[in-house]
Ligand binder design. Structure first.
Ligand SMILES: NC(=O)c1ccc[n+]([C@@H]2O[C@H](COP(=O)([O-])OP(=O)(O)OC[C@H]3O[C@@H](n4cnc5c(N)ncnc54)[C@H](O)[C@@H]3O)[C@@H](O)[C@H]2O)c1
Length: 370
């Protein structure tokens, strides 16, 4: 049976979801929805999609979809997912899953009681280079995995946390086999973030159009702990593009290191046979693999690591075979749990154990109280 797929939100990231449905076997893109007619028509025309809607409720009523990709900004992820669940449609939701854990819990409960899957789209973990790096670690090629490091793209940290930060948390969960606790410090303009520094994401990062709800801080150091004693470090701070985007992950083992880094639109996997790389001791790094080699292709095309086809493929396969998607169930919430834990840890000065008991927005509840 060919699955019927739809997309809500026809902006930037929908281009990748639409291309994914168009190139994967066993699924057909049959309907699109956007309140902006020009965006809707542009995406629909690219793939010859006949079903065009301005209201997602109407699309769910009429189209008998099997899967929907939710590609709007974060505030709409919850209402669109609840409507999809009412129509018994499986949901692949763009990151961040929701504005806070209360909303995420409602999405998960609605999908569970409707008997449909809810997964979040963190595509990196599904790519061949990430799988190869994980296999190398499991085979002991860098000794014992000690740590994983990530650095932001240079946007204010509170904004970046909901953008790249959630992807990084997912990478850490993938390589570390889980995240047990989070400890974080957040500052704004050179001092510790206070309640007065909580603001809408568009105010903190006016150059970016995305609405990620309440955020805080321009600088963050996040430290998290994993089941086997390994740890993750995430540094988010404002910086120019002069040194390019340093995106990792940078994986540090007792006998070597691995780094996945973007280059010319295709990721590369690099290896270094040393446990450290300080300035005074910079061992040679060796290129191990590139994302355009034949084993990194889907249906004859090399897809860049950041392309959503990797997470869409897992969701389509899950629905077709009746298994749970890899980023479904409780794991759909993990990256957002970490975001909440960052702020809770900063404001309480304590290590925060996951999953969090208090499901309220860690910033929203503090703004309301003042
Ligand atoms: N996984 C990734 O790597 C990745 C990359 C980029 C963006 N994203 C995420 O995807 C989401 C969308 O980001 P974007 O850059 O595509 O945003 P965008 O602004 O380009 O597109 C959002 C679209 O949603 C539409 N929209 C608004 N209200 C709507 C409604 N009620 N019904 C239907 N459509 C509606 C808008 O008209 C717009 O076309 C965000 O959550 C973002 O974080 C993920």
């Amino acid at each position: 049976m060919t699955l019927r797929a739809g997309i809500v939100g026809c902006g930037g990231i929908s281009r990748s979801h639409a291309a994914a449905y168009a190139h994967l076997d066993g699924v057909e893109l049959v309907a699109l929805c956007d309140i902006n007619r020009a965006a809707l028509d542009e995406r629909a025309n690219e793939h010859g999609v006949a079903g065009r809607y301005g209201e997602y409720e109407e699309m769910f009523e009429r189209e008998r979809l099997d899967i929907v990709s939710v590609c709007t900004h974060a505030p709409l992820h919850t209402p669109v997912t609840l409507a999809a669940a009412r129509a018994a449609v499986h949901v692949l939701c763009e990151k961040p899953l929701a504005l806070d854990l209360e909303h995420a819990d409602r999405m998960r409960a609605a999908c569970e009681s409707a008997g449909v899957q809810l997964a979040v789209s963190h595509q990196f973990r599904f790519t061949p280079l990430f799988r190869q790096a994980k296999e190398w670690i499991a085979a002991g090629r860098i000794g014992e995995l000690r740590a994983i490091r990530e650095v932001g793209k240079g946007r204010p940290a509170g904004f970046e946390l909901m953008e790249m930060g959630v992807h990084y948390f997912d990478e850490m969960e993938f390589f570390l086999d889980g995240i047990e606790w989070v400890h974080a410090q957040v500052s704004y303009e050179g001092r510790a973030v206070g309640v007065e520094d909580i603001m809408p994401s568009r105010q903190l990062c006016p150059t970016d159009r995305r609405d990620n709800g309440l955020v805080a801080g321009d600088t963050m150091l996040v430290h998290l702990g994993a089941p086997h004693g390994a740890y993750g470090l995430m540094e988010l701070y404002v910086r120019g593009s002069v040194h390019d985007w340093l995106m990792g992950p940078h994986l540090l083992g007792s006998e070597g290191q691995l780094m996945i880094k973007p280059h010319g639109g295709m990721d590369e996997l690099w290896y270094c046979p040393s446990d450290v790389s300080f300035a005074a001791h910079t061992p040679p790094w060796e290129l191990v693999a590139r994302a355009d080699q034949s084993d990194c292709q889907i249906n004859g095309t090399a897809w860049p690591t950041r392309h959503s086809i990797w997470s869409v493929r897992d969701m389509v396969e899950a629905v077709r075979t009746g298994r749970k998607p890899e980023l479904g169930g409780a794991r759909a919430l993990t990256s957002l749990e970490c975001v909440s834990a960052v702020y809770e840890s900063h404001f309480t000065g304590a290590r925060v154990v996951l999953p969090m008991e208090d499901r309220r927005h860690p910033l929203g509840k503090r703004v309301v109280r003042t």
